[in-house]
Design a protein around this ligand. Sequence first.
Ligand SMILES: Nc1nc2c(ncn2[C@@H]2O[C@H](COP(=O)(O)OP(=O)(O)OP(=O)(O)O)[C@@H](O)[C@H]2O)c(=O)[nH]1
Ligand SMILES: [Mg+2]
Length: 298
Amino acid sequence: MTNSNEFRSGFVAVVGRPNVGKSTLINALVGEKVSITSRKPQTTRDRVIGVLTTESEQYVFVDTPGFQTKHTSGLIKHMNQSVRASLSDVDAIVLVIEATGWRKEDEEVLRLIPQDATNVILAINKTDEIHEREKILPLLADSQKRFPFADFVPISAEKGRQLKVLLNCIAKHLPEGEKFYDEDIYTDKTPRFIAAETIREKAFRLLGDELPYGCAVMIDKWEEDEKLAKIYATLIVSRESHKGIVIGEKGAKLREISRLARTEIAQILDKKVYLEVWVRVRKGWGDDAKILKTLGYD
Ligand SMILES: Nc1nc2c(ncn2[C@@H]2O[C@H](COP(=O)(O)OP(=O)(O)OP(=O)(O)O)[C@@H](O)[C@H]2O)c(=O)[nH]1
Ligand SMILES: [Mg+2]
């Protein structure tokens, strides 16, 4: 007989094609921003952990980059590898799709999951964009035919709808056991990584569609005392022509990126932040193993 009073804890991989809302979902579940999000695909590049500790469970969510099928740069290979790695050795898998229905790219992600897995939950996200509820029913029936999902949960990560229901479905798969992280810990990432990601998020959101995939952020120097953090960062772009776009007219774009990033980093660190962001061109950095390593994508 199992004792239901026992604490449960485990790892939960959140997977899906780019842009379905995986990072938004994890941030909403954890209640803190652990992973950057944007309306553009390929926002998340690396595995990020978000931890939710309740009275009876600890959920360690693993955010993964959206699985790519089109491009094959060194960075994309790294991202896909990170998705595959996160699927082994987890207690539950949440596959996220959009409420508008299955796409070819969703099927490709499904194919990565072992066919005999009994711990896969389908989260049907962005239900706030579907105005007729009846449309979800055929989607559930269709999904049932594709895979023996343990549960199906229509959710809205953005509006926080049905997240409790999703958590309850996940909890069933968590084994009894001690916490992996102290309860005040909500991510495994360092402040440096989070600061770099915050700058990248602002660049992603403020810049045109052509640019973001070729951009990365490096923290060059970090000086911190009790009251103030001085952060010096470089935004790396892959083309000379992109440098001007990032900087903008009279430096306005870069100033806005820095301003938004500084405000958010100050909130996260809970102290004043001085932030300097420089722009540098490094052609083909997405294929350069050495640069990828420096950026932490190894
Ligand atoms: N309407 C609506 N939009 C959502 C919802 N969840 C996420 N989004 C939006 O979808 C876009 C992508 O969200 P992300 O969380 O960055 O998606 P992701 O799956 O992590 O994307 P990658 O990291 O690129 O793979 C953002 O613009 C989100 O605001 C939702 O429930 N409803
Ligand atoms: Mg993401």
